[in-house]
Design a protein around this ligand. Structure first.
Ligand code: WQD
Length: 340
């Protein structure tokens, strides 16, 4: 099928593009390169032997978006484009509401004008806010997101539900990611944020590689086994596979649905540090610091619905996630050093 990925040059988008190309789909990547390098498309071609179409554009440019959707002949849109750092969203709420929410409204308008009726949306576990119980199932309460980033994902899910109610031909699948980490086993693509990473794994990887001095562990007094934050980390290749397996469901059904994509178990920050040291053979110096505004203590999911609907379940464990993340960091840092 012809699949159109907004934000397709980013961390999750690029890995999903690899899985879709290898499954024989035709892939178009639409991205403004605000958090991705232009050479990602070359690296995807090296991995798969196929070159996706890349269109540089902003998700808020409705005219360009509609033109790109029509020219690509898109049959399904996977919507990755958006800002995604919890801490940053607390400091810059307007940028998050403009990019994530206005961008999604422009996309839905462009899809309607271009006659595209299937959308898979990159949602997030943050829509659950502070969990009342764990593991999280899709019917757990949402609506108490603890930061602007999480609120954008929640509002977008509600906007998409309204669109699906108004237009019965629409098919909307909201995939609620837990914490995507790791990299493609080739080491050619991975999580490579511009500037200082907000998320844990790229930061840990750069500390292990000596590119950053030490990790600040945000909070050591949470109600968790070792006091540090617990999250359900999922390998980005498992997440990419989850998108590929959601496509037949989106094609065969209309209406709105939300589905968790996670492993179904949590790891603390200190456990991740130990796993990364084991995978890399390097030390990860850290200091215990204050909690980060907007953070929750712990979350992990019950991934049963994804197995029932898509026949999908995560395959990789935390050691594989850290091993692949380390390989990417080592190769990327060496490449950047050669380029400097
Ligand atoms: C993980 C844990 C931090 C950095 C968000 C989004 C989620 C997804 C990933 C897009 C927490 C701790 C972190 C650091 C630390 N977004 N930490 N020191 O906030 O759980 O999830 O990003 O894919 O949808 O909600 O991810 O990696 O920022 O934090 O101690 O320098 O690591 O406190 O406990 P988060 P994260």
């Amino acid at each position: 099928m012809r699949i159109f990925l907004t934000g397709g040059m980013g961390f999750i988008g690029s890995h999903t593009a690899v899985v879709l190309l290898e499954a024989g789909h035709d892939v178009t990547l639409y991205d403004n390169l605000s958090n991705a390098d232009a050479d990602v498309v070359d690296r995807i071609e090296v991995i798969t032997g196929k070159r996706p179409t890349f269109i540089e554009g902003d998700i808020r440019d409705g005219v360009l978006l509609e033109k790109a959707l029509k020219e690509s002949g898109a049959e399904v849109v996977i919507h990755f484009a958006g800002l995604k750092a919890v801490g940053e969203s607390v400091e810059k709420p307007l940028e998050y509401y403009d990019n994530n929410i206005v961008g999604t409204v422009r996309l839905m308008q462009a899809m309607r004008n271009a006659g595209v009726s299937r959308l898979i949306f990159s949602s997030s576990s943050t829509v659950y806010g502070t969990p009342e119980k764990l593991p999280l199932t899709e019917d757990c309460p949402t609506g108490e997101a603890t930061n602007p980033y999480g609120r954008t994902k929640l509002h977008i899910e509600q906007i998409l539900a309204d669109c699906a109610k108004a237009d019965p031909s629409l098919s909307v699948v909201c995939l609620r990611y837990f914490n995507p980490i790791g990299a493609h086993p080739s080491g050619l693509i991975g999580e490579d944020p511009n500037g200082i990473p907000n998320n844990l794994l790229p930061y840990v990887a750069r500390v292990a590689n000596g590119r950053l001095p030490e990790l600040a562990v945000f909070g050591s007094d949470y109600d968790t086994p070792d006091g540090t934050g617990v999250r359900d980390y999922i390998h980005v290749m498992d997440l990419a596979e989850g998108h590929a397996k959601a496509i037949p469901y989106a094609v065969a059904h209309t209406g709105w649905i939300a589905v968790n994509l996670g492993c179904g178990r949590g790891y603390s920050v200190l456990e991740v540090i130990r796993a990364f040291e084991k995978a890399s053979g390097r030390r990860v110096p850290y200091r215990l610091a204050e909690r980060r505004p907007g953070d929750i203590a712990a979350n992990w999911c019950d991934p049963t619905l994804a197995k029932e609907l898509f026949g999908w379940e995560a395959k990789y464990d935390i050691d594989a996630m850290c091993r692949d993340s380390w390989r990417f960091e080592s190769m990327r840092a060496a490449q950047k050093q050669r380029a400097d």
